[in-house]
Design a protein around this ligand. Structure first.
Ligand code: NDP
Length: 335
């Protein structure tokens, strides 16, 4: 919220300046593995892509520490450094990567698409690739923010490995929390699952899986009172919301898996979204319901959510956009 507020304050003076319009062949909205990969492919296809990076250039990986599961980095790499390399590659190949925030869109089937940047600059784009990603939801505790990167994480698949052989805790009771608890149970000694109600939200199959894993202990009717530790997580204080009883559990990792929010609000009047706000793409492609608008990465993926899958879908979006544009230009030339 603070970041958005600061951004609005900083850009406010520019909102009174005259509006400029720019025509582009391929506009990429949002950075991160999906957006940068789309930019790399689109630049190589001579689509002269223009990318607006959004509020958090590089996306979710810039708040991760080591990335050890992205192929090609045998010794691992820090998330921010990896995104910097993605960006450098996109720029070297000719992508025009800009700092700026898309504030509204006007999409129409077949295009061209109208997009406003920072409320002042109008872009008319022949094709648009959306790669705005998703943001993890957090509990909102000060200790959670303070210890983020020091044992607090919203991605077990990314960070679980660092707590190999230790006890960890995970909050949430949906499919993600169950899947991540099951993943953690294979590398950690013990996994405490903190569930706020007396029931799971996850599918029955996932519930059974965690309930039948001996080193997962489920704490129903429980809330996180505080995460304890000076610089790194040392324990979690859990409160039973029926009895009021508090208990301190020593853990080295604390995972939050209470859902993600796709960054798709500005598209909701034009694109088909599912009930959680994820953009619906035609299966096996990056096509949205608006011809000429494509989507890649976590804005359309609530299942895999990995850097490598996001990058793969960014490649798909650039190839789809390029082929769609070529077909459109050929049809226009023949008319
Ligand atoms: P969900 O919204 O399904 O679940 C979120 C969970 O977090 C709920 O159990 C909720 O509790 C809990 N929660 C929310 N806020 C808090 C809070 N402040 N404190 C404590 N607990 C909280 O999110 P998921 O990410 O699990 O799943 C999103 C979607 O993706 C779902 O449709 C899911 O089925 C799907 N998915 C599918 C997978 C697959 O098919 N392999 C894998 C992962 C996800 P409560 O239940 O009390 O509301």
């Amino acid at each position: 919220m603070d970041v958005i507020f600061c951004y609005i304050l900083l850009t406010l003076p520019f909102n009174f300046m005259s509006q400029e319009t720019e025509h582009v062949e391929c506009l990429i909205i949002g950075s991160g593995p999906a957006g940068y990969t789309a930019a790399i492919y689109a630049a190589r296809a001579d689509m002269k892509p223009v990318m607006y990076e959004g509020l958090q250039p590089g996306g979710q990986l810039t708040i991760t520490t080591d990335v050890e599961n992205y192929p090609g980095y045998p010794d691992g790499i820090m998330g921010p450094e990896m995104m910097d390399l993605f960006k450098k590659q996109a720029v070297r190949l000719g992508a025009d990567v800009r700092f700026g925030m898309v504030t509204s869109v006007e999409f129409k089937n077949g295009g061209p698409q109208k997009v406003m940047v920072d409320g002042t600059k109008e872009i008319i784009a022949e094709s648009v690739i959306i790669s705005t990603g998703a943001s993890a939801k957090w509990l909102g505790l000060p200790s959670e923010e303070r210890l983020n990167g020091g044992g607090v994480s919203a991605c077990a698949v990314c960070d679980g490995f660092f707590y190999r052989g230790s006890d960890v805790a995970i909050v949430g009771a949906g499919d993600t929390a169950c899947e991540e608890a099951a993943y953690l149970s294979k590398i950690c000694t013990k996994v405490y699952m903190i569930v706020r109600r007396d029931a799971f939200r996850a599918s029955k199959a996932m519930q059974h899986r965690v309930q039948n894993t001996p080193n997962i202990e489920i704490l129903f009717n429980s809330e996180t009172d505080e995460i304890l530790g000076d610089n790194v997580v040392e324990a979690v204080r859990v409160k039973n919301n029926i009895t009021g009883e508090k208990r301190e559990i020593p853990v080295k990792g604390f995972f939050v898996a209470i859902g993600h929010e796709p960054n798709t609000q500005i598209f909701k009047d034009y694109l088909n979204l599912d009930e959680q706000g994820y953009i619906i793409t035609k299966p096996g492609t990056s096509y949205t319901n608006v011809e000429g608008v494509f989507c890649a990465g976590d804005a359309q993926d609530k299942v895999y959510r990995q850097a490598v899958t996001a990058a793969g879908s960014g490649c798909m979006a650039a190839l789809d956009a390029e082929r769609w544009l070529s077909a459109k230009h050929s049809a226009a030339a023949m008319a």
